[in-house]
Design a binder for this molecule. Structure first.
Ligand SMILES: [Zn+2]
Length: 236
């Protein structure tokens, strides 16, 4: 499994060009694809808890293309996130809200399956793995001064992914994005051992299991899969 993906890798995996945050059952799929970006300038307050197992994902603002075109006074960050379109249909927010509520109140057996990607920079993406949409709040946010959707997603247990995949996803989720961005810039998108730009992984210099930090820039480096593997052999 690749730790660092290009945009084309993501397109190859999902079979469509992801442009927006919420993609519900795209191309007839049975799951939803969410795109998160948590950098300093990112538009939404998405984030993982410390365990990396629980993701809080914010809903979508009103559409600049549709809503602001009709009313130039509307400021997307100043108005409540919409549950309905003007025609009265559910927005993406509304559809996910219903999916989460239906699961919570046992009107459906399984939670909505969600695949999450994180955009680190326009051509550096990270696969966050598979989640269940388990809860939602539509609440007034004091920080934002408006009502926003807050979706709660749980990383899927080992019954839905292989143990190796689960471990890789856990590993990947542990390093904060801001650290990944800085390491990527510092190591110039190349393996620090051989300069390869293929199949790169974020590596803990002192392993996480031996107390190495995930949030200290000095303890994280880029390695190609070959050097990543040869290193883990040595440690064992
Ligand atoms: Zn290498």
């Amino acid at each position: 499994m690749k730790d660092v993906l290009t945009y084309d890798d993501v397109v190859a995996i999902e079979g469509f060009r992801i442009q927006k945050g919420i993609n519900i059952h795209p191309k007839g799929k049975s799951y939803t694809v969410l795109l998160m970006s948590v950098g300093e300038n990112s538009p939404y307050n998405d984030g993982f808890d410390e365990s990396g197992e629980i993701l809080s994902y914010e809903g979508e603002d009103i559409s600049i293309r549709r809503d602001v075109r009709d009313d130039h006074n509307l400021k997307p960050k100043k108005v409540d996130q919409p549950m309905f379109t003007k025609k009265g249909n559910l927005t993406n927010n509304g559809q996910l809200y219903m999916a989460a509520e239906d699961f919570k109140f046992k009107r459906r057996d399984n939670a909505e399956s969600v695949r999450v990607y994180e955009k680190i920079s326009p051509n550096v993406w990270s696969d966050k793995g598979w989640f269940d949409l388990v809860d939602v709040d539509f609440v007034y946010s004091k920080i934002e001064g408006r009502k926003v959707f807050k979706y709660k997603l749980h990383a899927k247990g080992s019954n839905s992914v292989t143990p190796e995949e689960k471990e890789e996803f856990e590993f990947s989720r542990r390093i904060p994005t801001i650290i990944k961005q800085k390491v990527w810039e510092r190591d110039q998108g190349k393996c620090v051992d051989c300069g390869s730009t293929n199949d790169l992984h974020f590596d803990h210099i002192i392993p996480f299991s031996k107390g190495g930090s995930s949030s200290d820039l000095r303890n994280v480096q880029l390695l190609c899969s070959k050097h990543n593997l040869s290193k883990s052999d040595k440690i064992q």
